[in-house]
Design a protein around this ligand. Structure first.
Ligand code: ADP
Ligand code: MG
Length: 699
């Protein structure tokens, strides 16, 4: 009973708006809103981005050049003022202790002269500059020494993410009042067994020490607990989603394979790799069971995911169902349509294409046939998601290059059937721990082998000084009958960004360097019809050089293209460069990737080295993660997961592993989180995920 009242009280306190806090008026309230802070709870969970160690009070002679330090000293002069220019004041002051003296100066803070009186003792904090015989400090912050309770001195002080308009002191004061209001009444959200097993400190200790740590040791413990908690709940949420998707809905039980499948596999233009066979086997098991399949197929570029999709689609068709294949671009949809039509020729399967650029009449016809069940496999872009697209009996949904689609979009397509099986294909290989977060709602299959006979693509990072030699090389390759891609980061010239644009490059080379060759241009701002026409020309071999933006990044297959040139490679993520490179090396001929790189820093150089050294997508994505952080994978937020407030998926990989293990154990033992212990977890996850992820209905 008592516990209940306290819990209700703390909930009320957490939801109080910040304007009740001392020092927050209307103006500041608005500024806090801009940081996403509306109530006490927002403030309490607004975590610092850094800390300043003002704990260690030094003697003046111990102050190190270029370091931020705190020291105590006595004012030994009056404030002197200089006005080197109009509207510009410098106030100076000499401070001393028994070891030496230091000059402090403040710019444009004329009130300083009224603050300090000779003989008084203060604590200062700021960046130290040592020059010849003097020590200086500029714009230091200060507090009077000897006060009982230092607010911002003699302690580790948090530094919050902020905008210019809200000073650190204002944010700190607001957080402190919020923490005072909350007291030590924050409800524990982790069950005791988890806290004990993973040696996690208590929640109130964690909040208190993440904001105002007593020591760095305490900060570390506090952060560990909060990171663990965040990742743990995220993982529980995803695992629960998966459990709901697979268990609560009865899936279609597809027939076991018969000789028609064998005949189809025999008729393929190649034999499957072991990896393809294994992955198809995993898919088959899912499809033949009455669970709803939710499977991710990861495979490096060129590993042969398309044919695996074709096998699964055929399996659905053989059981009397329809299949859908959704891809992110028109070009890719067109190519898959051609590939699938060829594979299914003579197998009595009707394959159709639906994209935004089809005429209204064509669309109507396709949709009509689809509804009647006359089309068995529908390939298309986002156009498949439109309301009017209705299936007769959708049994399998495949999305290719899934990082372009979110959880939501997949769900929309799935709703067009009666709990169809779902297969997601991606060419962005990511470390397993991350896959569990990004695709935590999916089972994972990996095609870890390339079809035989692939030669690694020779990759060279060069600078502009090499341009003439590269152009000579391109000329030679075109003479040999090969085709060339040249990719630019921009469509048009831009005043803000200095990088090559596709427009400009295509114009220049068509008029000068390669005027005797057939040069085409394709980019995302073109009409789909025009894009398709140009791509079509390139596929047919009617163009020698295709200048483009990253629209050709995904999936396109032109085996005769053997040289990939990327302009301003420094502007692309490594995984993206790897994708682009994957456009070549698809045929018998030796292939090359030339990366023009304008990036000067050490990281830029290292990134290019990685590309030169390895063709392995997994290695590249790990490196990308290390060098650029997980922003690359999580930047767009289109996957629809709640944002992480404190955990860093790269730096906290170790904690992630442990939290994952904990989450998996709990969900395995108590899938519905219904034990007394786990109810708290359920409530916490519910709060975090509700409304954010479709289909999460277990709660
Ligand atoms: P991705 O995994 O990048 O989507 P694709 O499915 O486009 O790769 O396959 C790349 C190329 O490899 C295609 O030309 C395809 O026909 C070919 N391919 C796929 N599987 C095999 C195989 N087992 N043996 C030989 N070639 C294959
Ligand atoms: Mg593909």
């Amino acid at each position: 009973m008592e516990e209940n009242t306290r819990n209700n009280n703390i909930k009320e306190v957490m939801k109080k708006t910040i304007k009740y806090l001392k020092g927050i008026g209307e103006v500041r309230e608005k500024l806090f809103h801009r940081l996403g802070i509306y109530n006490i709870e927002d403030l309490v969970s607004y975590f610092p981005r850094d800390y300043e160690d003002r704990n260690n009070i030094k003697k003046i002679n111990e102050l190190q050049d270029d370091e931020k330090c705190a020291f105590e000293g006595q004012i030994s002069s009056r404030v002197t003022e200089h006005r080197p220019k109009r509207g510009f004041t410098i106030s100076k002051l000499v401070i001393k202790d028994e070891t030496g003296s230091i000059t402090a100066s403040w710019f444009n803070q004329p009130y300083i002269k009224n603050v300090f009186k000779p003989g008084e003792k203060y604590i200062f904090f700021g960046k130290i500059a040592r020059k010849f015989n003097s020590i200086e400090i500029q714009n230091p912050i200060y507090e009077k020494a000897g006060e009982d309770k230092f607010k911002n001195m003699c302690r580790i002080v948090p530094v919050y993410p902020s905008t210019m308009d809200l000073s650190q002191n204002v944010i700190r004061a607001a957080v402190r009042s919020a923490m005072d209001a909350v007291g030590s009444n924050v409800e524990e959200s982790l069950p005791p067994s988890i806290k004990e097993k993973y040696k996690l400190p208590e929640i109130n200790y964690a909040y208190s020490n993440i904001h105002f740590p007593i020591s760095f040791e305490d900060f570390k413990n506090a952060r560990y607990r909060l990171v663990f908690e965040e990742l743990f709940f995220m993982q529980i949420g995803l695992l629960s989603l998966k459990a709901t998707l697979t268990n609560e809905h009865k899936g279609i039980k597809f027939n076991k394979d018969d000789d028609r499948m064998d005949a189809f596999i025999k008729a393929l233009p190649f034999s499957l790799t072991c990896a393809q066979e294994n992955v198809f086997c995993e898919i088959k098991n899912d499809m033949e069971s009455n669970k709803v399949m939710n499977r991710l197929v990861q495979g490096d570029v060129g590993s042969g995911k398309t044919v695996v999709a074709a096998l699964a689609l055929y399996k659905a068709v053989l059981s009397g169902y329809q299949g859908a294949l959704m891809v992110p671009t028109e070009i890719l949809a067109g190519q898959h349509y051609i590939t699938m039509s060829k594979l299914f020729k003579g197998f009595g399967v009707n394959v159709a294409l639906l994209t935004g650029s089809k005429t209204a009449k064509e669309k109507r016809e396709t949709i009509g046939k689809l509804k009647k069940g006359e089309i068995q496999i529908l390939i298309g872009t986002h156009a498949l998601l439109e309301d009017k697209v209705e299936f007769n009996s959708l049994g399998l949904v495949v999305t290719d290059e899934q990082h372009r689609f979110g959880v939501r979009q997949r769900a929309v397509l799935s709703k067009k059937g009666n709990d169809p099986d779902v297969l997601v294909m991606t060419a962005t290989p990511i470390p397993r721990t991350l896959a569990l977060i990004l695709y935590g709602d999916l089972d994972i299959s990996i095609i870890n082998e390339l079809p035989p006979g692939r030669k690694p693509i020779k990759t060279y990072a060069v600078d502009n000084g090499m341009r003439q030699r590269i152009y000579d090389f391109i000329r030679k390759k075109v003479k040999e009958g090969r085709q060339i891609y040249m990719v630019c980061p921009l469509v048009e010239e831009s005043e803000e960004i200095s990088a090559r644009s596709a427009n400009e490059l295509a114009g220049t080379i068509a008029e000068n360097d390669f005027k005797d060759m057939r040069v085409g241009l394709v980019h995302g701002k073109m009409k789909p019809k025009d894009k398709e026409a140009i791509m079509g020309d390139f596929v047919k071999g009617n163009l020698d050089i295709l200048v483009s933006t990253t629209v050709i990044e995904v999936g396109v297959n032109v085996p005769n293209a053997t040289v990939m040139v990327v302009e301003n490679s420094e502007r692309f993520g490594l995984s993206q460069l790897h994708q682009l490179r994957g456009r070549v090396g698809r045929g018998e001929e030796e292939s090359f990737c030339i990366l023009f790189n304008e990036g000067k820093g050490a990281v830029a150089k290292e990134r290019m080295k990685v590309m030169e050294k390895t063709n392995d997508g997994f290695v590249i994505s790990e490196k990308d993660l290390e060098l650029r952080g997980p922003g690359e994978f999580f930047g767009t937020r289109q996957h629809g997961l709640p944002e992480l407030k404190i955990a860093n998926l790269y730096k906290d990989m170790e904690i992630l592993k442990i939290a994952q293990e904990a989450a998996i154990n709990i969900i395995t033992e108590d899938p519905k989180l219904s034990s007394d212990e786990n109810i708290r977890i359920k409530m916490a996850v519910k709060e975090k995920f509700e409304g954010k992820i479709e289909g999460l209905s277990f709660l």
